[in-house]
Design a protein around this ligand. Structure first.
Ligand SMILES: Nc1ncnc2c1ncn2[C@@H]1O[C@H](COP(=O)(O)OP(=O)(O)O)[C@@H](O)[C@H]1O
Ligand SMILES: [Mg+2]
Ligand SMILES: [Zn+2]
Length: 382
């Protein structure tokens, strides 16, 4: 079975979520049939770099699109006046299909992390010299481009200086600062940003409904937040949960698979701390620990909850930012907690941060957390 993240990889620019500016520029280039010879995509993993690279490969080679463009009436400036003509691949012609399946000989994906050497780049140079075998353009997608060796980068540079007219080179990297300026300056550069949690949840929701999976918003949020800003990671986790649990996925099932608790448990925990209930708090922590929860992750989530609560207390305008990272109901909960947050709780937050630093390398991760809670909550009575 096809992995979900592949099944739901956007097949058109219209399907892509976010990256509006990048999409507008590329579609305009497509409309004018002026695709660049070299691109450099940078940004976090799972945000659409490979997806857009393949869209460019399809646009450059789509047979139906070529026909559309040739038939479209041109305005005086030689420009195609119809906004939609030529700006999407057809996804039905031989070229589009072979690229989607991944067996187009003329679309070459290279992982620079495992093909770092000069020999591979020499082979690439040779490859570049030979015209495409089937398609109109030969497209090289070089992933993790920052891993290329100096020699390999030099070889690539030669190609970028004088690319044959049929060649398109797309470099993708998660570490833009490691790309030599000489290479970067010969490309058109696009920076990809993390999608918000809300956006990832929306996509997961669509996938769940298409796959007829029963899953709550809470559970979707937990999956999305575990993806840490990567569509792919979130989609893969949803995939994994479907294999494990079938078509009904509960928050508890995700919690026990991940060893990470959902919003409600974090919120209950935080509420006990904010209300100063030392006994209830330690008991609650023990229960969570017995469920096999990763306590370092728990502390991290608790810190984020306290941080959100604090910033909202001191600056209510922060809700504009928090809206992107929280579903509505959860934001309401945090608003409630911000009313319980007192200046003294800044100390609690500091204690939690300190505990987090200690827990990560400790054989007894629960102890720094318990000490942080005791120190924070005991102060008022001592
Ligand atoms: N902007 C996006 N809109 C919708 N889905 C996306 C987007 N970016 C990534 N995805 C999803 O994540 C998967 C991996 O994306 P990919 O383009 O391979 O990421 P990258 O190359 O940046 O690591 C895609 O197959 C798709 O399902
Ligand atoms: Mg990629
Ligand atoms: Zn096509």
């Amino acid at each position: 079975m096809l992995a979900l993240y592949r099944k739901y990889r956007p097949a058109t620019f219209a399907d892509l979520i976010g990256h509006e500016v990048i999409v507008r520029i590329l579609q305009e280039a497509a409309r004018q049939d002026r695709i660049a010879h070299a691109y450099l995509f940078s940004g976090p993993r799972g945000t659409g770099k490979t997806t857009i690279a393949r869209l460019i490969a399809k646009i450059a080679n789509c047979e139906a699109r070529q026909k559309q463009l040739a038939e479209a009436p041109m305005s005086k400036g030689g420009q195609n006046p119809n906004r939609s003509v030529g700006s999407e691949p057809c996804n039905a012609c031989h070229a589009c299909k072979s690229i989607d399946i991944g067996n187009a000989l003329d679309v070459i994906e290279i992982d620079a992390a495992s093909n770092r050497g000069i020999d591979e780049m020499r082979a690439l140079k040779e490859h570049v010299r030979v015209s495409p075998s089937v398609l109109k353009h030969k497209v090289f997608i070089i992933d993790e481009a920052h891993q290329l060796t100096k020699e390999a980068a030099n070889a690539l540079l030669k190609t970028l200086e004088e690319p044959p007219s049929y060649v398109i080179i797309i470099l993708a990297t998660t570490e833009i600062e490691k790309i030599p300026a000489t290479i970067a300056s010969r490309t058109q550069k696009f920076q990809f940003k993390h999608p918000t949690l809300k956006i990832i949840i929306e996509k997961l929701k669509k996938i769940a409904s298409a796959e007829k999976i029963k899953i709550s918003d809470d559970a979707l949020e937990l999956i999305a937040s575990s993806g840490e800003g990567s569509f792919r990671d979130a989609e893969s986790l949803l995939d994994q949960m479907i294999s494990l649990k079938g078509n009904e996925i509960t928050t508890e099932a995700i919690e026990s698979t991940l060893g990470k608790v959902g919003f409600h448990k974090i919120a209950n925990f935080a509420e006990k701390i904010l209300k100063g209930e030392l006994e209830g708090t330690l008991d609650y922590l023990s229960n969570i620990a017995e469920e096999g929860t990763n306590l370092v992750q728990l502390t991290k989530d608790l810190i984020i909850h306290f941080r959100n609560t604090a910033v909202l207390k001191f600056d209510p305008m922060m809700s504009v930012h928090l809206e992107n990272e929280l579903v509505g109901e959860h934001l309401q909960k945090i608003k409630g907690h911000s009313k319980l947050f007192k200046n003294s709780h800044i100390e609690t937050l500091k204690n939690l941060l300190k505990a987090y630093g200690q827990m990560r390398y400790s054989n007894f991760p629960i102890i720094p957390l318990e000490i942080a809670l005791i120190e924070s909550l005991n102060q008022k009575t001592a």
